[in-house]
Design a protein around this ligand. Structure first.
Ligand code: AMP
Ligand code: ZN
Length: 451
């Protein structure tokens, strides 16, 4: 099957051709670990997890290397650690651990390699040294800056007019800069700030060079796919490209650049000041991770997504239906229509629609369809658990008292037996008000929660 991906670099959907099918290489910018990740941060994590799963399906699980970094040196980290009165190391360890807990709960596979910026200072210094030697960077006032005008095709990814790029980069005018567009590769550290010795004095790296160094170390000078949120196109990815290409003398850094659209909440930009800031850690207290994941995938990754409670509720219902139909089936072969939808620039809404077709067939007792449903959903990171566990967790989360429900079911059965149908109906309504639906079957009455 042919995989097509929308490439931000060319602004076109292209057939994906890996440099080496025996080792397909993908890099995605990871979290800066100073606080819990929010639901917007979850989007690239989930989206690129689906792509990772798809690549593993197409090329073989041992033939894909997925690198997602952890940025553990950053001014926001320094500030937060000082605010909380803990060490930087404590803060970054704690936050990285929380990030893993959250993403595990969202059914996200761990990447093949998860490099930390602080463990790659040597590679960053090697790249910076080379850029200085190549006349693409210069030292000034304890800083090292990338010389933007030295690169003739700077801006090829963002494709924006220079003045717009300047505004977008919120360009800092500093006396040590030759051109306002020049950006920091290395900056001096004051006593008390994290720092490493370098030929330009004790200092720390700029953010962009971290990703250039880690991707080079783990994936090579040129690799297949680079991903992240749309906000990273400029300046972060543009600058990664500038550094890597000028350092290594290559035409491209990565061949396919993929960007997910932004997430807003109930029609508004998510922000702390609007009070609609949703942290994954909190959301997981109220919703199954799988429903959060499904809700994210019901929108195509390049579209903006409006995150709503109504959407989450509906996602839970959809999962009820899928688990109901799949039963305890083992995974078979993924359905062609689902794979084809994913191969069409990761069209997850279309893939989910195809799951519904399988669900209908499986619900009518088609065992092959049930096995295909399980395997296809797994490709999206869904239906990983069992039918029993899903409904048990749903009952637990709904805080419905089992004994109460069982007693009402018995009372209803007694009323029916006495042909008191009005009373039986009344009890059914009482049960429904608890958020429980009864299922009368040949083996008696079972129940499930509806919220
Ligand atoms: P940050 O911690 O801001 O560097 O973001 C980490 C990742 O989350 C990047 O890939 C961002 O593009 C992405 N991201 C941040 N906010 C949102 C949002 N509201 N919607 C979608 N992606 C986001
Ligand atoms: Zn990056």
């Amino acid at each position: 099957m042919t995989l097509t991906l929308y490439n931000t670099l060319t602004r076109a959907k292209e057939t994906f051709e890996p440099i080496d099918p025996a080792n397909v290489r993908m890099y995605v910018c990871g979290p800066t670990v100073y606080d819990y990740a929010h639901i917007g941060n979850a989007r690239p994590v989930i989206v690129f997890d689906v792509l990772f799963r798809l690549l593993r399906h197409l090329y073989g699980a041992d033939h894909v290397t997925y690198v997602r970094n952890i940025t553990d040196v950053d001014d926001k980290i320094n500030a937060r650690a000082a605010e909380r009165g803990i060490s930087i190391r404590e803060l970054t360890e704690e936050t990285a651990r929380a990030f893993h807990e959250d993403t595990d709960a969202l059914g996200v596979l761990r990447p093949s390699i998860e490099p930390r910026a602080t463990e790659h200072i040597e590679e960053m210094l090697a790249m910076i040294g080379r850029l200085v030697k190549n006349h693409h960077a210069y030292a000034a006032d304890g800083h090292v800056l990338f010389d933007v005008p030295s690169m003739h095709d700077y801006g090829e990814l963002a494709r924006r007019p220079l003045d717009e790029m300047k505004a977008g980069a919120r360009v800092e005018v500093a006396p040590y800069k030759r051109d306002p567009m020049d950006f920091v590769l290395w900056k001096p550290s004051k006593p008390g700030e994290p720092g490493w010795d370098s030929p330009w004095g004790r200092g720390r790296p700029g953010w962009h060079i971290e990703c250039s160094a880690m991707s080079w170390k783990h994936l090579g000078k040129v690799f297949d796919i680079h991903g992240g949120g749309i906000d990273l196109v400029f300046p972060h990815h543009e600058n990664e490209i500038a550094q890597s290409r000028c350092c290594h003398g290559t035409d491209v850094m990565a061949r396919y650049w993929l960007h997910n659209g932004f997430l807003q909440v109930e029609g508004e930009k998510m922000s702390k000041s609007l009070g609609n800031f949703i942290v994954i850690h909190d959301l997981l207290k109220d919703w199954p991770g799988e429903a959060i994941r499904l809700n994210m995938l019901r929108t195509h990754y390049r579209q903006p997504i409006d995150w709503t409670v109504a959407g989450l509720e509906e996602s839970v219902k959809v999962l009820d239906g899928l688990y109901e139909a799949v039963g305890e089936a083992d995974a078979g072969t993924p359905d062609e229509a689902v794979v084809a939808a994913l191969c069409d620039d990761l069209n997850t809404p279309k893939a989910i629609a195809a799951l519904h077709g399988l669900r209908n067939a499986a619900a009518h007792g088609d065992a092959t369809a049930a096995a295909a449903l399980k395997a296809s959903a797994n490709l999206l990171g869904l239906l990983a658990g069992t039918h029993t566990d899903w409904f048990a967790a749903r009952k637990e989360a709904a805080h419905v008292d089992e004994a109460t429900v069982e007693a009402l079911i018995a009372a209803r059965a007694a009323a029916r037996k006495a042909r008191n149908f009005a009373e039986a109906d009344r009890i059914r309504d009482e049960i429904a008000a608890l958020g429980v639906v009864l299922k009368d079957g040949p083996a008696g009455t079972t129940w499930e929660v509806t919220r």
